[in-house]
Design a protein. Structure first.
Length: 87
């Protein structure tokens, strides 16, 4: 059934995204390169698009990366969101 396949792909993609988020915050810092890579991963994985938590993270990443730098306040906010998301 197509629905089951879609649900399975979405679940797999979310697990991968959560793992990616945990890896980003593992060292306690979120770099521009990590944030950019995470945004690129989200953009290339349509199975997660539209989920409320993913949309929240995408919005934060868009704002954080708008000027190509991450302030300490942005780093802390993004790190906290990714830590909660990654579990």
């Amino acid at each position: 059934m197509v629905l089951d396949e879609t649900v399975m792909r979405r679940s797999d993609a979310l697990r991968e995204m959560m793992s990616f988020a945990r890896a980003i915050v593992a060292d306690g810092e979120v770099s521009v390169a990590e944030a950019t890579g995470f945004r690129a991963w989200i953009d290339s994985n349509p199975d997660v698009v539209g989920l409320p938590q993913v949309e929240e993270i995408t919005g934060i990443l868009r704002n954080v990366l708008a000027d190509g730098m991450i302030s300490e306040e942005e780093r802390e906010h993004l790190g906290g969101v990714l830590e909660r998301f990654g579990g």
